[in-house]
Design a protein around this ligand. Structure first.
Ligand code: UGA
Length: 461
């Protein structure tokens, strides 16, 4: 039977889940504190860039299965199931900030009009679902499993492929404690049950840790191949042939073995830090993951350093075209994007930057102006200097050719398809210099050299 669902938070996870759950036939109300977001969504316009999201959003609004509101209290009171999808940003010490989650738990307790299942979609440290259960029990006076149930249902969607991932997940993980909650969740996901999606039923703590273990492992795989690529480069080997051959071993798999400028995004950096912090808290050695975090930071610096070296040791007074600002292709998200560090380094060293991204320019621009990721980790003096340099020497371009106009060098930071097919004849006509650093290995090195460029990729000669 279709359920009446409240989804608290309309970020990536919350919005895609709202739309997907409505498409499964449930009646869904998405809740956000911001009235402008709610208005935009109710008018059928997505607030994030995700392939296919707009049509699913419009279709479900029209079918009256989906709408958005700022009124959390009434929405929770009317719901059978409350999905929690609010943010868990990292604090200074690496721990996830759970204040939003705890606030929602209190709000649920205050609106617990009857039995409800509370489902945590946000990525939360081990023990958080137990804590949510405790807050709701204490504040509402209800017993877990009777007045309400808590379910941990971590999300594995990838930005850029979020809609596809929601409808075709590799698995659905459900941490639960009682049969009634399990029956509710089976109803919610009946559509996926029917297409034989694997369901993993486990306890709350296991579900929470599955999510961290998965992200930490993928981050480890990327850092491993990045370091191997650096070694391949130093020794004259080819990382693509290495990765491909490694991947032929079914135990390894070829996925997530693409070297690059380091992983970014809102998940891997945050989740690796959180799992390391949890290890410290429990006195458990998480040295591997800690080294992955350091290795990834170094990869961003190594990338910027390689470009500078290719340009003869200093980019001062020169112009660099930076193609790709988002942390990966098919998203407008620039959070923890390697492009931030690379652009900062170029500006710091006196270069002029001509930047272009098919979707991420606006986010990058606000990151530069505001207190966003551009300033993250820098002292205020340095931040000010970079902001000043950015105002004078950072130009946002209308397309890739506009970015190449008058450039001494080109760096490709994000693997957008449009950069894979870059017309190098036109590039040669527009650029004043001949340096290409392909930090994603999207171009054919031989072709680039034939066209007269000094080409360098990652882990290949
Ligand atoms: C990641 C996971 O893939 C999802 O399963 C998970 O749900 C999500 O985090 C989350 O925790 O919510 P996402 O951050 O969207 O998804 O991006 P990925 O496609 O995993 O890429 C992450 C970073 O790794 C990107 O910067 C990407 O460029 C980089 N990467 C990925 C590589 O450098 N090499 C690879 O081979 C693969």
């Amino acid at each position: 039977m279709a359920k009446n669902i409240a989804v608290i938070g309309t970020g990536y996870v919350g919005l895609v889940s709202s739309v997907g759950l409505a498409d499964f036939g449930n009646i869904v109300t998405g809740v956000d504190l911001r009235a402008d977001i709610v208005d935009t969504l109710n008018s059928g316009r997505p607030t994030i860039y995700e392939i296919g999201l707009d049509s699913y959003l419009q279709r479900n609004i029209e079918a009256e299965r989906l709408h958005f509101t700022t009124n959390g209290d009434d929405t929770i009171a009317a719901a059978d199931i409350v999905f929690v999808a609010v943010g868990t940003p990292p604090k200074e010490d690496g721990h996830a900030d759970l204040s939003q989650i705890e606030g929602v738990a209190r709000q649920i307790a205050a609106n617990l009009t009857g039995y409800k299942v509370i489902v945590t979609k946000s990525t939360v440290p081990v023990g958080t679902n137990r804590r949510i259960q405790q807050i709701i029990a204490t504040e509402s006076g209800q017993t877990p499993g009777r007045g309400f149930s808590v379910v941990s249902n971590p999300e594995f969607l990838r930005e850029g492929k979020a809609v596809q991932d929601f409808f075709h997940p590799d698995r659905i993980v459900l941490g639960y404690e009682d049969e009634r909650a399990r029956e509710y969740m089976e109803d919610v996901y009946r559509a996926l049950y029917l297409i034989q999606t694997p369901f993993v039923w486990c306890n709350l703590e296991t579900a929470e840790l599955i999510k961290y273990a998965s992200n930490a492992f993928l981050a480890t795989k990327i850092t491993f191949i990045n370091q191997m690529a650096n070694l391949a480069e130093a020794t004259g080997a080819d990382i693509h042939t290495i990765a491909k051959s490694m991947g032929m071993d079914g135990r390894i798999s070829p996925k997530f073995l693409h070297p690059g400028p380091g992983y970014g995004g809102s998940c891997f950096p945050k989740d690796t830090k959180a799992v390391a912090a949890t290890g410290d808290e429990y006195g458990v050695d998480m040295s591997l993951i800690k080294e992955v975090i350091r290795g990834n930071d170094r990869q961003k610096t190594i990338t910027a350093g390689k470009l500078v070296k290719l340009m003869g040791g200093s980019p001062a007074g020169k112009t660099v075209a930076v193609l790709g600002l988002a942390f990966k292709a098919e998203t407008d998200d620039v959070r923890e994007s390697p492009a931030i560090e690379i652009v900062q380094e170029l500006l710091r060293e006196g270069a002029t930057v001509r930047a272009f991204d098919p979707e991420g320019i606006e986010n990058f621009r606000s990151a530069v102006i505001g207190e966003g990721p551009f300033g993250g980790g820098l002292n205020s003096d340095l931040r000010e200097k970079i902001a000043e340099a950015a105002a004078e020497r950072l130009h946002y371009c209308t397309d890739e050719f506009n970015a190449l106009d008058g450039a001494d060098a080109l760096i490709i930071v994000t693997e957008w398809n449009v950069f894979r097919n870059l017309d190098l004849d036109r590039a040669a006509l527009l650029m004043t210099g001949r340096v290409i650093f392909d930090a994603r290995n999207v171009l054919d090195p031989e072709h680039a050299r034939e066209k007269g460029f000094t080409y360098a990729g990652v882990g290949r000669v």
